[in-house]
Design a binder for this molecule. Sequence first.
Ligand SMILES: NC(=O)c1ccc[n+]([C@@H]2O[C@H](COP(=O)([O-])OP(=O)(O)OC[C@H]3O[C@@H](n4cnc5c(N)ncnc54)[C@H](OP(=O)(O)O)[C@@H]3O)[C@@H](O)[C@H]2O)c1
Length: 423
Amino acid sequence: MSKTVVALAGLGTIGAGLAKLLCENPAAGKVLRLKSVLVRDLSKPRALPHGTIVSNKASEIVEDPEVDVVVEALGGVESAFAVVESALKAGKHVVTANKNLLAEKGPELFALARQKGVSLGFEASVCAGIPIIRTLREALRAETILSVEGIVNGTTNYILTRMSENASSYTDALREAQEKGYAEPDPSYDVSGKDAACKATILTSLAFGHFFPTDRIRTSGISNLDSQDVSQAEAMGYRIKLIAAARRTKNGQVDVEVAPVLLPKEHPLASVRLEYNAVLVDSTGLGLTLYSGKGAGPAPTAVSLLADLMDVAQGRALLVEEENGFLHRQENFECDRTQLERFYIHLSVPDLPGVLAKVAGVLAAQGVSLASVLQPEVKSDAEGLVPLILTTHQAQRGRLDAALAELGKEGWGKGVVLRIQDV
Ligand SMILES: NC(=O)c1ccc[n+]([C@@H]2O[C@H](COP(=O)([O-])OP(=O)(O)OC[C@H]3O[C@@H](n4cnc5c(N)ncnc54)[C@H](OP(=O)(O)O)[C@@H]3O)[C@@H](O)[C@H]2O)c1
């Protein structure tokens, strides 16, 4: 049986991990042959099997008639899009690890793959080695998904774990994550929640059958959390985790959000530590199922890329199905601000008599009632402000936002507002 011929675009952290696996994995060796790789810099030494073509011209590898499948491991959007688009146009199957590419250009690329009758594998694009894409596309295909919630970014989970378990400050925990290689020198993409939002686009498109553009997803990150928030949450029986969540709401819409959330310690995602990822799916027939493991790194990512390649080689790769969510744009994308939820609020207020009564009054005027109030005895900051930590009973997000806007006029509304999730 002739082997499926692979061209690999990108030989950095992930591409090199895949090239190694293609050489070492016996099952892969039987059905796949790496013919060529695309890189930018031809002068770098590369560990590749003898005879592998190394090129810096995309057309050379993508238009090669012998190549059956192109793996895109370049990163970024522009060059990756050009490579994937021309590979699909040439009728080749494609496998990618690139969440940014799919979050931005997924609708075009999946439509093209469908038109050409070829597959576009993307298991490695979310949570690296955790088989969540094939779970949603295959195992749960007949299920109605009620919610998908996940810790899908290892960098932020590492930072939050160190803040909670070692009482580290945000800055110290971030520095440690950078020293250990879990955070980039510029961590903004991860800590802002953007990385998780791209993954949320992919997961929710699969789970709910509509494409949810990343820029429409309500996204907040972890950089404004301080150790007081983390320790206060712990004292109340919760753990703060950056959660990408998509839920079917009572009015039939789907609400998608990426934000730090207070999870009860007994919640299945609360015990996911350090750089690990996990996704919790709730579906009608099966109920809750949890998928967890290493969500980044060359080895787990290469495992998923290789599985997609093996599917192509063995004729099992899924073609783009009509119900693929990337093909259906979500038109009505208004989030439901009337759902009842509980909140943790950390404000900075002047240390003056009457302030607490004013805050409680503004919240009460919007129907937001307080469950607890804590004003830690600390010195006021340079602006004369002290922390005021509140939790609410169930309230509507929209009305809470209106109250915070009102407090903002006093200069007190800018604070940390986190959803408290019940089990
Ligand atoms: N790192 C992870 O843990 C992880 C996990 C899951 C998914 N991913 C995804 O995997 C993808 C690759 O990430 P990475 O960390 O491997 O990136 P990387 O280390 O920066 O490697 C990028 C590779 O692509 C090549 N390249 C980039 N632009 C090119 C261009 N215009 N023309 C030709 N070659 C080009 C580079 O060539 P040179 O070698 O010549 O510089 C390099 O070999 C990204 O989409 C990322 O999001 C990464």
